[in-house]
Write a protein that binds this ligand. Structure first.
Ligand code: NAP
Length: 256
């Protein structure tokens, strides 16, 4: 790696709310270049970047239509000076829970939207990232933010569970691909634990008649068992920084 390679590049989706917003704040650091991809701009992040002279690039992007976003990402990466980066990391964090109801009652567009944002977009962005950086000399990593629900089923959550199970399994395949490649990327699909965000509020707010697990989510909140977004972001980024990141293509931050 060139001696000048001292910067670290992070590309983060879903940085406008929840754990993604907390990760973005924590990634604004000297020596880091951060590119965020969100539907909504985050004025607080912009202000923090200006105050610290951090290198922040924020794109407004709807990951329900990830094709143009992936093309733009690949073009942008090809325009970077790869030799200045000691590492480049893609974090696929954005996700959505569609209407919480049995699949027989689901609206087709709603379930397609959840799969586009939760599975198609991470695959397209990962493909664009790996293609555009394939000759980069530094460490390359892909961190997919998965869920325990990718590994265990839950009623009225078929689309979300399917997106996360698909994310886990494409990451396993990716690990095999990258093991064959020169300077292949290190990849992991990581469950981040249960976090006190809008997503949990959505689960607690579901119609109990449709959602047998609603009481469990209410108890997680009332029992103080939810991790704060800041703490969850710290744990996830600590996992990403581990020297053995990528040894397990599917992992859970709670087992770390
Ligand atoms: P959240 O608070 O609901 O935030 C989701 C993020 O995804 C937001 O920044 C949102 O941005 C973005 N997003 C949604 N749809 C998008 C789209 N079409 N285009 C671009 N961005 C979009 O969620 P969270 O709880 O922080 O979850 C973060 C990740 O952790 C998700 O992948 C989630 O599945 C996973 N996870 C969460 C929990 C939990 O307990 N919260 C547990 C396990 C796994 P907008 O402002 O544009 O909507």
């Amino acid at each position: 790696m060139p001696a000048s390679a001292s910067r670290h590049l992070f590309i983060l989706t879903g940085a406008s709310r929840g754990m993604g917003q907390a990760m973005a704040q924590q990634l604004l650091a000297p020596g880091h270049t951060l590119l965020t991809l969100s539907r909504q701009p985050d004025p607080a992040l912009q202000a923090a970047a200006s105050a610290s002279s951090a290198d922040l690039h924020s794109w407004q992007a709807d990951l329900a239509d990830a094709g143009p976003v992936a093309t733009r990402l690949a073009d942008w990466l090809r325009g970077q000076d790869a030799a200045t980066f000691a590492s480049a990391t893609l974090i696929n964090n954005a996700g959505v829970i569609p209407a919480i109801q049995p699949l027989r009652d689901a609206d087709g567009d709603d379930l397609a939207h959840a799969l586009r944002v939760g599975l198609e977009a991470p695959m397209r962005l990962t493909a664009a990232f790996l293609d555009a950086t394939r000759d980069w000399p530094g460490v390359r990593r892909v961190l997919n933010i998965s869920s325990g629900l990718g590994r265990r089923p839950m009623a009225s959550q078929a689309s979300y569970c399917a997106a996360k199970a698909g994310m886990d399994h494409f990451t396993r395949c990716l690990a095999l691909d990258e093991a064959q490649a020169p300077n292949g990327a290190r990849v992991c699909s990581l469950a981040p634990g249960v976090i006190d965000t809008d997503m949990q509020a959505q689960l607690r707010g579901a119609d109990a008649a449709d959602f047998p697990d609603r009481g469990n989510f209410e108890r997680l909140k009332s029992g103080g068992q939810l991790t704060s977004p800041d703490e969850a972001a710290l744990r996830v980024l600590a996992y990403l920084a581990r020297p053995d990141f990528g040894r397990e293509p599917v992992a859970d931050v709670r087992d770390a």
